[in-house]
Design a protein around this ligand. Structure first.
Ligand code: UDP
Length: 382
């Protein structure tokens, strides 16, 4: 082992911690089991010139100026306004649900205030604080829009009924009574001009950071480290002793074509009888580039099995019970800090990942300064 601080995972979490420590004069060794850095944000240019988001679409969006300034240090971020379309019941609509979606779906010409009243009249006002995904949808958009846009898609994406999923998943998506069809509300929305991987490479490009790829490590092998930052799965750190935490994984069927296949970056397929959830046309993530060819991902979701790449933490009742046990074990662990999507078993956007990694590094530096032990969980997974 070359440095006594070991960082497991070379995604955004690991890279940000490594860089913050390096900028403070502390060396670290970053280890990743894959052949590339950037984790699931990894991008690669295909022979047809198209930049592909290898593990599915990643759009950077944030309201946090510290995070925005931070990522801009490491590469050129091109302004990118994400717009998503949805095919449902034989027609194409705009998402997230907005005034255009409502007027088109119901064949009306409502104004913003009329639409708000109209949706309120269709929504289920008997639901107090929504607990499930379905409650959240019925309370905010009513049954027709729920069934057209959310029910089938969510069933395919998560493999369970929306009655069993938390309201927080739907709360990611806004409902708007205007023609604003930007997918996200955040003031800073961008995609790196040269892809995400060079950004993470630039973060790791420091004389005090050593990176080893294609290397899987177990906590036992890291026993002599002064401290470990673990951004791999939290259950893996504890040898799966409370059972393996469940994830959804994605299968992407990649195809190439000429010209413009669908005219937008992401087309969601909301009907339950279409087996895939969405088709992504990657060149539309880089509107500043032009390509004759085009690369498509048709996306299928299923339960992750041994050896599959973890995407979305399931976090239903069973997993939450297991997670409680892992969190308890983590609280009692020493010389280790858990962070990131896998390390805290949460559905994390990239900006939150970076923000939390910055906070983890801040805490580590403060602990060193004050000579107190480093906290195993700076952010709480539950
Ligand atoms: N969702 C849906 N219909 C859609 C798009 C999203 O029901 O057309 C639901 C689905 O359950 C999904 C969640 O909203 O998991 C969050 O969607 P988002 O687009 O944020 O998912 P991501 O891009 O992170 O997979």
């Amino acid at each position: 082992m070359t440095a006594s601080i070991v960082i497991v995972g070379a995604g955004f979490s690991g890279a940000v911690v490594a860089r913050q420590l390096a900028d403070a004069g502390i060396a670290s060794w970053v280890i990743d089991g894959r052949s590339h850095v950037a984790g699931n944000a990894h991008t690669e240019r295909r022979p047809n010139g198209v930049m592909v988001h290898v593990y599915g679409p990643h759009i950077f969006h944030t309201a946090d100026t510290r995070v925005w300034d931070y990522i801009n240090r490491f590469g050129v971020m091109e302004t990118y306004n994400h717009r998503v379309k949805a095919t449902s019941q034989g027609a194409v609509y705009s998402l997230p649900v907005n005034l255009h979606t409502i007027n088109q779906f119901f064949g009306l010409t409502l104004s913003p205030s009329e639409a708000e009243q109209f949706i309120a009249s269709r929504a289920d006002s008997s639901i107090g604080t929504p607990v499930s995904f379905e409650d959240q949808a019925l309370k905010f958009v009513g049954r027709d829009l729920y069934e057209a846009f959310f029910k089938g898609y969510t069933q395919k994406q998560w493999g369970v009924s929306p009655t069993e999923l938390p309201a927080s998943i739907l709360a990611r998506l806004p409902v708007r009574f205007s023609y604003e069809d930007s997918y996200f509300n955040h003031p800073f929305q961008a995609i790196p001009r040269d892809g995400y991987t060079p950004i993470v490479e630039a973060m790791l490009d420091h004389p005090l950071i050593e990176v080893t790829l294609n290397k899987k490590v177990t906590p036992e092998e890291l026993k002599s480290a002064e401290h470990v930052f673990w951004s791999g799965p939290i259950d893996e750190y504890f040898g799966g002793r409370f059972g393996r935490l469940g994830y959804r994984t994605l299968d992407f069927v990649e195809t190439e074509a000429q010209g413009d296949f669908q005219g937008c970056p992401v087309m969601n397929y909301c009907d339950p009888d279409v087996p895939y959830t969405r088709i992504t046309e990657h060149k539309h993530f880089a509107p500043w580039e032009t390509h004759e060819g085009t690369t498509l991902y048709t996306e299928y979701s299923r339960l992750a099995e041994e050896g599959d790449i973890e995407y979305y933490p399931i976090r239903q009742v069973k997993e939450k019970e297991q997670l409680h046990q892992y969190v308890e074990a983590a609280r009692n662990a020493q010389k280790v800090t858990f962070l990131g999507r896998l390390g805290t078993y949460r559905y994390l956007d990239m900006d939150v990942t970076i923000k939390e990694a910055l906070e983890v590094a801040d805490e580590f530096l403060a602990c060193r300064r004050d000579s107190r032990p480093m906290t195993p969980l700076v952010v709480q997974p539950l």
